[in-house]
Design a binder for this molecule. Structure first.
Ligand SMILES: Cc1cc2nc3c(=O)[nH]c(=O)nc-3n(C[C@H](O)[C@H](O)[C@H](O)COP(=O)(O)OP(=O)(O)OC[C@H]3O[C@@H](n4cnc5c(N)ncnc54)[C@H](O)[C@@H]3O)c2cc1C
Length: 387
């Protein structure tokens, strides 16, 4: 089914992203990222130079100024995922969907001036640290504290599973600034790489997204100046997280749709090429039936995510709607990836093939950004009329 959410500007931008992928997403590069467990800085700089990261950074700070028009971001996701570079798509996502929005939408003027120009060029890499060893779904259970002292805060605690956590220059960090677990007991502080007592810790070994770093972070008496308090207001951290979560969840849903589309395209090509019992794999009725199911689901995925994208653009995507998109799209993505691996036979299991890597990458879509159980809980509570 033809999609109709993009106009000429988006398609022209797509050509830029395609050109970038042709140049920078080579097999050699992918292997290098996987071996290093992170995306090299030059590639992030090149993405900044090409104008494909920092998309929501206002023009006055050197960005593209695409504040609410998330369609440019989805063009980037679609093309980078189609190029078989899930890890790079992940690194771009952390920068543009998890770090930049807190500065663009909630940062003080000083914070914008300090961080945004470098985030647009890819010189400054960001991350968002909420999860802790003892608290993931239940974020109000975090233990990292920020104690008020003269001119700033002293931060103690630890975070885990932080995407881009090893490479980030600045980490928007969810901390406790008050007692108890009321929403106003939390704040967001920017911790900077190199601050005394801030350790980027261990890089974690994952089943997927091999080329994108995920790390533990630890904080031991880190002094963080007051100027690094997001929006300059204490006690707003929980509300601020809630404000950006719809975007984070929408982005994961769209990444799921893009991966499902890529899997369909790779599988059609593969099954046309490969033969068994004297015919192409695609000529078996089972293959065509499976692909027909996948193709219809991919159409439905786009119809749904495109609708959500437009709602987001108009400022109408609620937390519950974003949660629905996230869990539904990533569950369908998972089923599709599994079918497509199967249709590749043994090669579907070999990570040299993009289908195998995409399958491994897809698994975490149902876990991070809020697990799909928590997404269903959010939707279910609304249906039940609970707050
Ligand atoms: C590769 C990767 C990258 C990540 N990147 C980041 C990042 O950049 N920043 C960040 O802050 N975090 C990040 N995370 C953390 C991620 O968001 C959490 O892992 C996730 O929110 C789940 O938290 P948890 O691991 O503590 O699981 P738990 O909360 O311990 O959940 C365990 C199981 O219990 C279920 N469960 C929990 N509560 C309920 C409930 N109320 N009802 C029903 N079931 C429930 C969960 O759904 C899950 O199945 C990342 C994780 C991974 C694996």
């Amino acid at each position: 089914m033809e999609r109709d959410i993009y106009d000429e500007d988006h398609e022209a931008f797509r050509d830029v992203v395609k050109e970038f992928c042709k140049r920078y997403v080579t097999n050699e590069k992918r292997e290098q990222w996987d071996a290093a467990g992170e995306i090299d800085r030059q590639t992030m700089r090149a993405a900044g130079d090409a104008g494909i990261i920092g998309l929501s950074v206002p023009e006055e700070f050197g960005g593209a100024g695409m504040l609410q028009d998330y369609r440019f971001r989805t063009v980037v996701m679609e093309e980078v995922i189609a190029a078989g570079a899930g890890s790079l798509a992940g690194a771009f996502g952390i920068q543009d969907d998890l770090a930049v929005p807190y500065i663009v939408h909630m940062g003080t003027q000083e914070q914008k001036q300090k961080w945004l120009p470098g985030m647009a060029t890819g010189e400054i890499l960001g991350a968002l640290a909420m999860t802790e060893p003892g608290a993931g779904s239940d974020l109000r259970g975090i233990k990292t504290t920020a104690k008020k002292v003269d001119g700033g805060y002293i931060v103690n605690g630890a975070k885990t599973f932080i995407s881009s956590g090893k490479t980030a220059d600045m980490v928007v960090t969810f901390v406790k600034t008050g007692d108890g677990n009321r929403p106003d007991a939390f704040s967001l502080l920017i911790l900077e790489s190199g601050m005394a007592g801030f350790d980027h810790g261990k890089k974690l070994h994952k089943m997927g997204f091999q080329g994108h770093d995920t790390a533990e972070l630890s904080f031991s008496d880190v002094f963080v100046p007051e100027a690094n308090l997001i929006s300059g207001k204490e006690g707003m951290g929980f509300v601020q997280l809630m404000m950006n979560l719809p975007l984070e969840r929408l982005s994961i849903g769209v990444a799921g749709a893009a991966a499902a589309q890529a899997a369909l395209d790779w599988t059609i090509a593969y099954t046309k090429d490969r033969e068994a019992f004297g015919q192409r794999i695609i000529d078996f009725q089972n293959t065509r039936f499976q692909l027909a199911d996948v193709a219809a689901t991919v159409d439905a995925l786009w119809a749904y995510t495109d609708r959500a994208l437009l709602a987001y653009k108009d400022g109408k995507l609620s937390a519950e709607e974003a949660a629905k998109v996230k869990f539904w799209a990533t569950e369908r993505e998972w089923e599709i990836l599994d079918t497509c691996v199967q249709l590749h036979g043994g090669y579907g299991y070999i990570t040299e093939y993009p289908i195998a890597r995409a399958f491994l990458d897809a698994r975490v879509h149902r876990i991070y950004g809020g697990t799909n159980e928590i997404m269903r809980e959010i939707v279910g509570r609304q249906l039940a009329g609970k707050k």
